[in-house]
Design a protein around this ligand. Structure first.
Ligand code: ADP
Ligand code: MG
Length: 242
């Protein structure tokens, strides 16, 4: 099988500070990757490089056969890669329904009726169809994050990226968002998830990738990485989580 994401020799600097130091990573269609690692290790930067939110200086990122090296490909890749952030980033002045229909109307060129029907089906899927006419500020954090997931799915992406999607939530709302992500995983979506939710990683991940100081230090099946990490850096990171 051809990888849907291929990252080769990816290097990224912010000024003189190198934050990604030669990342190699391939993701197969339908695979679920969980990326773990200490704060500042480059997890968000890596994820953001995958949909062109960050430029990089060296190496190659290819998504579904399209290279991000060429600026003209940016919009193509962004259409195929959905992203969910820690801070839901919904448009506050738009209703839930408008948040979800916006990109399909503007970017995919869907008609208003079709966009609306699809959006309602997605809101149903994430369990909040009854909130469609509310504004983001009227929803709980967990509900807002589920809208953000529906909004990303509305573009029918081939890959979904999640950057600590539950880190800003009150504890009682973490489960409802992880539940939606678990269903999405079962549907066969290719997913890259940065998270500290180790139980979720154990259950859903095909592969766990441990990053430290801009490098992939170790990767493997969750039971390997969590139970018998090969690298000392992985071991001490996991110990600090306990
Ligand atoms: P993580 O998500 O693993 O916490 P990040 O990718 O956010 O790590 O950050 C990696 C490094 O890059 C950190 O040292 C961080 O301070 C730095 N960094 C991130 N974003 C920027 C930016 N926009 N400008 C300068 N430095 C940044
Ligand atoms: Mg981060």
């Amino acid at each position: 099988m051809e990888p849907i994401i291929r990252i080769r020799g990816l290097e990224k600097w912010f000024g003189k500070h190198q934050v990604l130091r030669g990342i190699h990573l391939e993701v197969l269609p339908g695979e679920k990757l969980v990326i773990i690692g200490p704060s500042g290790s480059g997890k968000s930067t890596l994820i953001r490089c995958l949909n062109g939110l960050e430029e990089f200086q060296q190496g190659e990122v290819v998504v579904d056969g399209v290279s991000l090296k060429e600026a003209k490909n940016l919009s193509t890749v962004r259409r195929e890669v959905g992203m969910v952030f820690q801070q839901f980033n919904l448009f506050p002045h738009m209703s839930v329904l408008q948040n979800v229909t916006l990109a399909p109307l503007r970017v995919r060129g869907l008609g208003p009726e079709e966009a609306r029907r699809k959006a309602l089906a997605l809101l149903e899927r994430v369990g909040i169809a009854d909130q469609a006419h509310k504004y983001p500020a009227q929803l709980s954090g967990g509900q807002q994050q589920r809208v953000a997931i529906a909004r990303a799915l509305a573009m029918e992406p081939k890959v979904m990226l999640f950057d600590e999607p539950t880190s800003a939530l009150d504890p009682e709302m973490v489960g409802e968002v992880l539940g939606v992500m678990r269903d999405l995983a079962k549907s066969g979506m290719t997913m890259l998830v940065v998270t500290h939710e180790m139980a979720f990683a154990r259950e859903v991940a095909d592969r766990v990738v441990f990053m430290d100081q801009g490098e992939v230090v170790e990767e493997g099946r969750p039971e390997e990485v969590f139970t018998s990490p090969r690298q000392e850096r992985t071991r001490s990171f996991l110990q600090r989580l306990l």
